[in-house]
Write a protein that binds this ligand. Structure first.
Ligand code: PFF
Length: 453
């Protein structure tokens, strides 16, 4: 028999709210900022192809496992792992997996907040109409000027972190739920409009073939690792964010169905972002491998030229900010829930403390673009290092360990009970992928990236 627990933090009012919230966590800068530039720096179509394979064979089964563990444990990931390990008579050292997630959450939020800050700056610029009267070179220059100013970066990083702390301190129902309900559909509609604009440019067919024609000679082992990392990052997997959200999921909701909806929405948004951006890159003679500045240079050029660009530009960056916001709250939530559970703190204090830690770490990221630009470890700045360590190592490693926990160590009956989809073919497919394909896939990609395989 399943032992039913209750979360002390509350519960989503329905499974739809969970789907919205988890989609809110998944869809963010990872889809619209990171996916296009990663595609551009790692070989275009081949990267997209490996990415989609990783989503299907690795990320979706692990996401189901993560939600399942969360709902069964109904606590912060650290306590959930500890409770489930005890329940299954396993070592309580499994709680360190929860800890790794919390650390990864701080690290991601620290650089995420800096990039989200850029969107705040761009809302103001787009609203001022400056893109309409600037040349392409001037627009590229704005981005460089922003990165060169630590003071400006600090202000917008601080604003974004404060926004995150405010919502998290309001709690599950009033804070998180309200935030996601309107923003997601609006962002989706705007992306469709941008794809419409991209179709009208001369670069459309080149953009499409760049994204969808896989030339596997263009992708390296490091590129394959990056594609897997992107799948974990984009679906918020491997660090406990989705486990935390799963802990607020009502008892009856189908984990399999909700997972497919979240993964489909996330992938669709990433692909739409690529289809909106690459045609512009080619139409305006830009380079696809520009790196993190890609959307902050290409899109303003497009907004400068399109009809009503001032309006669409401002709206786009506002929605991007909201998408980032609904993701950042899920990065902070596991640490906050732990502080509430184990330290007896109230949510506002716990949120402020956790936000402060991420804010301090973020200063390293914003200095990476100016004063600390020359301090590098293995050729990477602090910002690059935070991004690389979390996406390419900590999240896939977290996912690998979660898969092992769920499919190798938990009792089969516990999984059957919690997933609630019976013991038939659908269950067996999940069990097989999460037991063999996903862990072996992650391992091979790891080994290949360090040159062993
Ligand atoms: N999935 C988010 C995005 O694509 O922007 C980023 C993210 C959120 C990563 C939460 C990890 C996480 F736990």
């Amino acid at each position: 028999m399943t032992r039913k627990r209750k979360s002390i933090h509350g519960q989503w009012s329905s499974r739809w709210v969970f789907v919205l919230a988890a989609t809110g966590s998944a869809v963010g800068l990872g889809n619209i900022w990171r996916f296009p530039y990663m595609t551009g720096t790692n070989g275009g179509g081949a990267f997209v192809c490996v990415y989609i394979l990783c989503v299907l064979l690795v990320a979706i089964p692990i996401m189901m496992a993560e939600i399942m563990l969360g709902r069964r444990g109904r606590q912060s990931p650290i306590n959930t792992m500890q409770a489930l390990a005890e329940e299954e008579s396993l070592s309580s050292a499994w709680r360190y997996l929860g800890w790794m997630g919390v650390v990864a959450g701080f690290m991601i939020l620290s650089f995420y907040s800096v990039v989200a800050g850029w969107t705040i700056d761009y809302i103001i610029r787009a609203g001022s109409g400056i893109f309409t009267i600037s040349s392409d070179i001037e627009i590229a220059g704005y981005f460089d000027a922003l990165l060169a100013s630590p003071e400006r970066l600090l202000v917008i990083h601080t604003i974004f972190m404060a926004l995150t702390v405010i919502v998290v301190s309001m709690g599950v129902r009033s804070g998180l739920e309200r935030a996601v309900k309107f923003m997601m559909p609006a962002l989706f509609i705007l992306l469709i409009i941008m794809v419409g604009y991209a179709m009208s440019t001369t670069g459309f067919s080149r953009g499409l073939s760049y994204m969808f024609y896989p030339d596997f000679s263009k992708i390296s082992a490091a590129g394959v690792l990056a594609a897997m990392g992107q799948a974990f990052f984009s679906l918020s997997l491997g660090m406990g964010a989705i486990m935390m959200y799963g802990s607020y999921l009502p008892e009856k909701a189908s984990i399999a169905k909700t997972t497919f909806m979240i993964a489909a929405a996330d992938t669709l948004v990433a692909i739409l972002a690529g289809v909106a951006i690459f045609p512009l890159v080619f139409a305006y003679g830009l380079e696809p491998d520009k790196g993190p500045g890609l959307i902050f240079i290409t899109l303003p050029i497009a907004f400068g030229k399109m009809p009503y660009g001032e309006f669409f530009g401002t709206l786009f960056f506002i929605l991007l900010l909201f998408a980032a916001w609904t993701s950042s709250i899920s990065l902070l939530e596991p640490a906050v829930a732990w502080l509430v559970e184990n330290r007896g703190m109230r949510r506002p204090r716990a949120s402020a403390l956790a936000g402060l830690i991420a804010w301090i770490l973020g200063i390293g990221s914003l200095l990476s673009f100016n004063r600390w630009a020359d301090y590098k470890l293995f050729g990477k700045t602090w910002f690059d290092m935070m991004d690389y360590l979390t996406s390419n190592i900590m999240l896939p490693l977290g996912g690998l360990l979660l898969a092992i926990f769920a499919a190798w160590l938990m009792k089969r009956q516990s999984c059957v009970d919690e997933l609630g989809m019976g013991d038939g073919i659908a269950y067996k497919c999940w069990y097989f992928t999460v037991r063999y394909i996903a862990p072996v896939g992650v391992l091979i990609i790891f080994l290949q990236a360090i040159g062993i395989f």
